[in-house]
Design a protein around this ligand. Structure first.
Ligand code: HPA
Ligand code: ZN
Length: 332
């Protein structure tokens, strides 16, 4: 790993905390909780990470999270990610969690939230600020999402936003319009995965029906010139995840990724890791991979990282402070 990509101050805006579960921890937690895994070794787990599309990944992702049972498990998972992020000089992280992936297995919302949130609070000592984003699983019903939202209400001071993830095609944003209406009424900001495998229409729906502040992935906006124009004009950020897109065959190779094209057109694109344990890299590795595959300049990297701060839910003053730190780093 080139130290520049580790050291440059950055924000991470698209990380599923359950997707940071490394095989070593999966084994340790399985042993601690007396759970039998269908793998004999860490190497066997890593070898299974060969995906054809989003669904083939999600099947393993949901199976993997079954080892997360206690508050301590969620704490350990989150603390490990925050240490990794700290080593890569992530200065602010906005972190997704999937409560329905746990409550459906009999783990309470409170257990999940307490473990994750305690680790985030303690990570402030590492110099990383963070926000939590509750994601609704879109392959489940709108009623189930509404239930998850109700469960989150007592904790809403600690969860600034809600999002939408899981199987995209066939589960358009419109399915969750009422849930997102209620979430916005309750004061949550909103984001949504859209245009990863799904069409540009899903991105329009996320904007027009869910009132999102950012689009997660969004790379298929390239197929709709009017949408591109709109995203540029409004500077609606896209949280792009290059290694994820290659692992899930959204693009055939990194050389064919459109992030440089989107950046050059003037979209507010950012670089993120999605599910770093499953896709082979954290945010620094994502930056390094696109730099070499797409011949990015230092100015391109600067712009992507500056966008990451601009696209956060931090206050204007907090954004400014972190961008000033970035500017100082670039002058060294
Ligand atoms: N897309 C949709 N759902 C997800 C993803 C993703 O990339 N990662 C974890 N859940
Ligand atoms: Zn994602």
């Amino acid at each position: 790993m080139n130290s520049f990509f580790c050291q440059i101050p950055k924000a991470e805006l698209h990380i599923h905390i359950e997707g940071s579960l490394e095989p070593e921890m999966m084994f340790a937690l399985a042993a601690r909780n007396n759970i039998q895994l269908p793998y004999k070794s860490v190497e066997e787990i890593r070898a299974a990470y060969n995906f054809q599309n989003l669904q083939s990944f999600l099947d393993l992702y949901y199976a993997g999270m079954s080892v997360l049972q206690t508050e301590q498990d969620f704490y350990d998972l989150t603390w490990a990610y925050m240490q990794k992020a700290s080593a890569q000089n992530v200065r602010h992280a906005e972190i997704f969690f999937d409560p329905q992936g746990h409550t459906s297995r009999g783990v309470s919302f409170e257990t999940v939230h307490r473990g994750i949130y305690r680790a985030l609070q303690e990570a402030q000592q590492l110099g990383i600020s963070s926000y939590l984003i509750l994601c609704f699983l879109r392959h489940l019903s709108a009623e189930s999402a509404m239930e998850a939202l109700e469960q989150a209400l007592p904790y809403k001071d600690t969860i600034p936003a809600v999002g939408l993830d899981s199987s995209e095609v066939g589960n358009p944003p419109s399915k969750f319009q009422k849930v997102f209406d209620k979430a916005r009424e309750e004061g949550f900001l909103t984001v949504a995965h859209a245009g990863e495998e799904g069409p540009p229409e899903y991105i329009w729906e996320a904007i027009n029906l869910l009132g999102v502040s950012r689009i997660d992935h969004g790379v298929r906006c390239i197929d709709d010139p009017k949408l591109l124009e709109y995203l540029i004009e409004k500077q609606i950020p896209l949280t792009v995840c290059p290694l994820s897109n290659i692992k899930l065959c959204v693009f055939d190779s990194m050389a064919k990724h459109n992030i440089k094209q989107l950046l050059d057109m003037g979209l507010c694109v950012t670089v993120n890791s999605d599910d770093p344990s499953y896709f082979g890299g954290y945010v620094a590795e994502n930056l390094q991979e696109i730099e070499s595959a797409l011949s990015l300049s230092q100015q391109d990297i600067y712009k992507l990282v500056k966008n990451s701060f601009q696209a956060t839910f931090l206050s204007a003053a907090e954004k400014q402070a972190r961008i000033a730190e970035l500017d100082e780093f670039m002058m060294k």
